[in-house]
Write a protein that binds this ligand. Structure first.
Ligand code: 1HE
Length: 265
């Protein structure tokens, strides 16, 4: 795949995806959002996990405001553009590939919408989170009302935007906007550590985690429990389940044999 705004590198089973417009703080223009969607819709077959990071000092400064001003989109054009963001970030959240976000510097506006589509978010102490749309006379359009609203709650999201709050990494950790905070310069290494461990887990278990939990959260209790049982049935039919169980049972029988021999002596 040939991309202009993304760099892709494989490290064994881990796809490292780098937003590569550091001169624009990795702001997202129309072609970047298409590239994100295309990559996560059809990731390389050997990829088991992805790490998403930004080149330069910032993770992502959201909508490309220069392009936004230049294109003078009509309401319908802007609506359609937002729907492309929704499509791209849905490929991330529900595509089945676990994505670990390595965050630093600005995670603002559409940058926070992008981060919210990652399944695990590691931030550095320098990271800050904001939704400055109100200050730019626009509104969120990349899924924040759904994804960020569900993480921090709709009331807090209204307050975050109205009061133009910027959360530092520690506050974001308390609110669930990130899941771990590490020292400056270390988010990528830590994200790789998480990715390596996740890549060792059964692919179908990972698939269930990243595709089923958020969807089930949108369902009624009865639908959610039924869907969970379907998903659990699917996951336990994977070939590696038998191998994993056999290993456990063999160890257990060796343990039992050893105990019986000790008792006999
Ligand atoms: C950009 C963008 C951008 C930086 N579009 N070019 N997003 C925002 O409202 C965030 C706007 N950006 C900022 O508040 C700041 O740039 C940052 C806090 C992200 C970084 O500050 P700083 O001091 O480290 O860098 P800088 O000098 O401000 O920016 C470096 C360059 O990146 C500069 O260009 P230069 O040619 O003057 O060097 C900036 O103009 C450029 N740059 N951010 C275009 N966003 C689907 S709807 C989503 C709605 C939204 O996302 S609204 C939020 C938009």
């Amino acid at each position: 795949m040939n991309f202009r705004s993304l760099q892709i590198e494989m490290a064994g089973p881990i796809a490292i995806v780098t937003l590569s417009r550091p001169e624009r703080c990795n702001a997202i223009d129309e072609s970047t959002v298409e590239e994100i969607g295309r990559f996560f819709e059809c990731p390389p077959q050997e990829a088991r996990v992805a790490v998403l990071k930004g080149a330069g000092r910032h993770f992502c400064a959201g909508l490309d405001l220069e392009e936004h001003a230049r294109l003078q989109r009509t309401p319908v054009q802007f609506m359609r553009m937002c729907q492309r963001w929704h499509w791209a970030f849905d490929q991330m959240q529900f595509g089945g590939l676990p994505i670990i976000g390595a965050l630093q510097g600005a995670v603002v506006g559409g940058g926070l919408e992008l981060a919210a589509a990652c399944h695990t978010r590691v931030a550095e102490t320098s990271t800050f989170f904001a939704l400055p749309e109100g200050q730019r006379a626009i509104f969120t359009g990349g899924g924040a009302t759904v994804r960020v609203g569900r993480i921090i709650g709709p009331g807090r999201m209204v307050d975050m935007m109205l009061a133009a709050r910027t959360y530092d990494a520690e506050r974001a950790l308390q609110l669930g906007l990130c899941h771990e905070v590490v020292s400056s310069g270390l988010s990528f290494a830590r994200a790789m550590g998480i990715a390596e461990a996740a890549a060792k887990q059964a692919p179908l278990s990972n698939y269930a985690m990243v595709t089923a939990i958020s969807r089930i959260n949108d369902m009624s209790t009865t639908d959610g429990l039924f869907t969970e049982s379907l998903m659990a049935g699917m996951v336990q039919s994977a070939p590696e389940v038998a191998a994993g169980l056999a290993e456990f049972l063999q160890k257990r029988s060796r343990r039992l044999e050893a105990t019986q021999q000790n008792t006999a002596v």
